[in-house]
Design a protein around this ligand. Structure first.
Ligand SMILES: *Cc1c(COP(=O)(O)O)cnc(C)c1O
Length: 470
């Protein structure tokens, strides 16, 4: 019997219970005689099931979803890496978990110390001078960082500096945050190598003049490519009176290898819930601390959330960093980069690789080389590949993002996966490519082995039915 075929109410049998405590041994109050007035008028509608039914039902339900704890999750631009369980233990310690933001400071010195250590470690990893932990997500950090840039210009009397340059290879949240901050976005197009062209950038800077607030960059950008001209770019922007914002949500490939502070960035955010192994997804608590260079320290106090930010997430990140230790932290960037390049090179004879250079922690394919299209039969698409991966027990990579290609398939293995897992993934991706070439129609109908196949995605997201109705 497949337990997930039934709702818990459908497993119910009149009179069945999940416990067998002796009633005479528990409690002092007989509800029926002592508190008759408090009793319900009607029977409560609860399922009547045995303990075995309940345990199997919920355990099976938990397996219907895909998570980092159940399998490989190569979602590009999201860093779904392993979340060590020690992080959870430390964050759950009563001495951390039971404190209140308003309690006497003297009684929370340990927590304060933990924040200070984390700030110091992040400064040394990024080359920034101070961090604020108030922002609760990456995009929240972007908004905070941009507010800091705005405050800096306003303080100097530069009221007109309201234009921000955002390359087309930036993460989608960048232009959105800039718009929320009241800035005007000026896009620069990437060149054929997927990088910023310094000539094009200079023209853009010149056309903006003294209205330039700065530039927002994701480096490595959303194609997983490192902007090699970053030092020149920094000089150009600074010379024009602008500041450089660094989107460090995906700091993985740089950890232990290079520092945004050294490249000339003035302000940045990190996603502790990506690069520093704290759980994310489902809109759960995140942390997007913002770091600044020396001259922006006076503006770091913007109040963007209550109290001290998501302290539990900060503790998890600190635990991860301390657990790795100085030597192993230096391996994070190298391993993340090695793993991504290994997958890319192992699959590029089957998948189209529009930008064939060395990547950082992630890279983008543009669909299959042979998608199996024949007369009257449509070839297998990126969506088909993503769905078919589920049949083999792998989560799909990011699909149809970035928007620079039609069949984008963005893969990020992270540094926490073993070679064996990565090899299995490569084998399955090759197998799917062969299946597509022979029988694309089978792929159009995938997944075949999951509890549900292809729901209407809009309806599933907008009008999910999550409640049992009699
Ligand atoms: C995920 C991500 C963000 C946004 O972070 P959230 O915590 O989801 O708000 C911003 N930039 C990049 C490059 C990202 O990958």
């Amino acid at each position: 019997m497949r337990y997930y075929d039934k709702l818990i109410f459908e497993l119910s049998k009149k009179g069945r219970t999940g416990f067998s405590l002796k009633t005479e041994k528990i409690g002092h109050c007989n509800l029926y005689s002592d508190c008759a007035g408090l009793l319900r008028k009607d029977e409560v509608c609860l399922p009547e099931v045995s303990e075995t039914d309940v345990v199997r039902h919920y355990t099976n339900l938990s397996q219907m979803n895909f998570g980092v704890d159940t399998g490989f999750y190569p979602l590009g631009s999201c860093t779904m890496k392993y979340n060590p369980k020690i992080n959870e233990e430390i964050a759950a310690m009563p001495t951390f978990n039971n404190i209140h933001p308003l309690q006497d400071k003297k009684t929370a010195e340990g927590a304060e110390e933990a924040c200070k250590i984390l700030e110091k470690v992040l400064c040394s990893i990024t080359g920034m001078k101070r961090f604020t932990f108030l922002p609760c997500a990456g995009a929240h950090g972007e908004l905070t960082g941009l507010m800091i840039i705005r405050s800096y210009h306003l303080d100097k009397g530069d009221l007109q500096r309201k234009k921000i340059i955002v390359p087309d290879s930036a993460h989608g949240t960048n232009p959105a945050s800039a718009a929320v901050c009241g800035l005007e976005i000026v896009e620069v197009k990437s060149n054929e190598r997927g990088l910023i062209d310094t000539d094009v950038l200079q023209q853009t800077i010149d056309s903006i003049g003294d209205e330039l607030a700065g530039i927002m960059m994701t480096n490595p950008n959303t194609l997983g490519l490192f902007e090699q001209d970053i030092k020149i770019i920094a000089e150009m922007i600074h010379k024009a009176g602008g500041l450089l914002y660094y989107d460090g949500a995906n700091m993985n490939p740089l950890i232990g290898v290079a520092r945004p502070g050294d490249m000339g960035f003035d302000v940045m955010h990190l996603n502790l819930h990506k690069s520093f192994s704290t759980p994310h997804g489902g809109g759960g608590p995140g942390s997007g601390p913002v770091g600044v260079c020396e001259k922006l320290i006076p503006f770091i106090g913007v109040k963007v959330s209550g109290f001290h930010g998501n302290f539990g997430v900060m503790l998890r990140a600190l635990t991860y960093i301390l657990m790795l230790g100085k030597q192993n932290v230096k391996m994070v960037g190298k391993l993340a980069t090695l793993n991504a390049n290994y997958i890319k090179e192992s699959l590029k004879d089957k998948y189209k690789l529009p930008i064939p250079t060395v990547c950082k922690h992630e890279f983008v394919f543009d669909g299959l080389i042979n998608d199996g299209a024949k007369d009257g039969v449509e070839g297998a698409t990126t969506l088909d590949i993503a769905k078919r991966l589920l049949d083999y027990g792998f989560h799909a990579p990011t699909i149809y993002f970035p928007l620079l290609f039609h069949q984008a398939l963005m893969i990020e293995p992270t540094e926490t996966e073993s070679k064996e897992t990565i090899d299995e993934f490569i084998e399955v991706m090759r197998k799917i490519a062969d299946e597509a070439a022979e029988n694309p129609e089978m792929l159009h109908a995938a997944p075949h082995n999951t509890p549900i196949s292809r729901p209407d995605e809009t309806t599933a997201a907008r009008n999910p039915i999550v409640k049992w109705e009699n």
